[in-house]
Design a protein around this ligand. Sequence first.
Ligand SMILES: CC(C)(COP(=O)(O)OP(=O)(O)OC[C@H]1O[C@@H](n2cnc3c(N)ncnc32)[C@H](O)[C@@H]1OP(=O)(O)O)[C@@H](O)C(=O)NCCC(=O)NCCS
Length: 153
Amino acid sequence: MSARWDEQPRLRTMNRDDLPAVMAVEREIYPFPWTEGNFLDSLAAGYDAALLEFGGHLLGYRVMLLAADEAHLLNLSVAGAWQRRGYGRQLLLATMLDAQRSGARVMLLEVRPSNEAAIALYASAGFRVLGTRRGYYPASGGREDARVMSVTL
Ligand SMILES: CC(C)(COP(=O)(O)OP(=O)(O)OC[C@H]1O[C@@H](n2cnc3c(N)ncnc32)[C@H](O)[C@@H]1OP(=O)(O)O)[C@@H](O)C(=O)NCCC(=O)NCCS
């Protein structure tokens, strides 16, 4: 399917039927992807999961946990073919707005210190480093720390 000239990328709720497409992106872009079970658990738990689509293409997706006045961004992803076109920033800003509308006052996330693209994106949206979680991620040589970042909404 192709996009109409006046069509804009749109955010919609993720559901179970979307998981084959989501998993294809997940496996493409992460050396240590989420499993389908991780997504199923997130949907079953009622986490806020949404897709960014354009002209029938899956551009990216996010999963966030909203708890009291905190939003925890658990997954933010843009498909390889659509990266570096501003969709990651669009998805992040829409996610921050959704969190704020849901009553969150702060958003937190973990990111690999080696993930310079994501760190630059988060910093440009106002996120600052809060601390480090030691050995948080699996890595090829063992484990990698996580940088914890947060922003006031
Ligand atoms: C991180 C990610 C979401 C960014 O999405 P994107 O659509 O490519 O990013 P955008 O085009 O919106 O760029 C936004 C900013 O991110 C940064 N950025 C994005 N790609 C970058 C790269 N390859 N190198 C350095 N900075 C990069 C830049 O600061 C950029 O701002 P600029 O264009 O004004 O310079 C995307 O690369 C991705 O899905 N990566 C794999 C999954 C991942 O790492 N997710 C985050 C886990 S915490």
